[in-house]
Write a protein of this length. Structure first.
Length: 215
């Protein structure tokens, strides 16, 4: 099986090289290019050809992260984007996900999280750093849902769906919420049935439409 082809966009050379060394130790990953600027990054990624995942610094100085993400999506629509940042606030997450990012990872988190995120988005999923997800759970609880039928789900079901939407496993969600995996499975199945949602892709679109990540 061919390795996941990864392109790095970050203006901090030391961090970028550290990420490269980390990823190239993985037998299923290959770094095929780098850029230290947001401007022109999309074109460089397109020239690299067949890039599977772009790891993008949200705070790259010359162009705003969401703009770079949108440009990458236009120039290389097959490439999945993972935002890499020190910012865990909901507003940052929302802007990057709406710009086309499939993953969101904090720079201060452990290396295994970035590796898991890359594997998840390369497989067509989404991924949200557990440190960020924990903050968003509180924002989800008690939020008034606005979509048709969304008032039928309970606050706990809404918590579970929000975390599922960002690529977390039942085991990870159970640990985060302090309940059993079986309970997570029940909440997820009940909520998705109520909302007539059949896939994670549909769930991600629903979560964004509901404004669960709004500030």
């Amino acid at each position: 099986m061919k390795p996941t082809r990864i392109f790095l966009v970050d203006d901090h050379s030391v961090l970028r090289q550290g990420v490269r060394l980390l990823l190239e130790k993985q037998p299923d990953m290959k770094v095929v290019g780098e850029s230290d600027h947001g401007r022109g990054a999309a074109e460089a990624i397109a020239r690299a050809g067949d890039v599977d995942v772009v790891v993008l610094d949200v705070s790259i100085p010359d162009v705003a992260g969401p703009q770079v993400a949108a440009e990458i999506r236009a120039a290389a629509p097959g490439a999945k984007i993972i935002a890499l940042t020190r910012h865990g606030e909901r507003a940052y997450v929302q802007k990057m996900m709406q710009a086309g990012a499939s993953g969101y990872v904090l720079k201060q988190t452990v290396a295994d999280v970035l590796i898991a995120a890359i594997r998840s988005v390369a497989a067509g999923g989404t991924y949200l750093d557990p440190m960020v997800a924990g903050k968003l759970v509180e924002a989800t609880v008690g939020r008034t849902a606005r979509g048709a039928g969304s008032d039928e789900i309970t606050p706990r079901e809404r918590e579970v769906l929000a975390l599922v939407a960002y690529g977390h496993t039942n085991k990870e969600i159970a640990a985060l919420l302090g309940i059993t995996v079986k309970t997570i499975e029940t909440h997820k199945a009940n909520a998705m049935q109520k909302l007539e949602i059949n896939s994670r892709a549909e769930l991600v679109r629903f979560a964004l439409a509901e404004g669960w990540l709004e500030k």
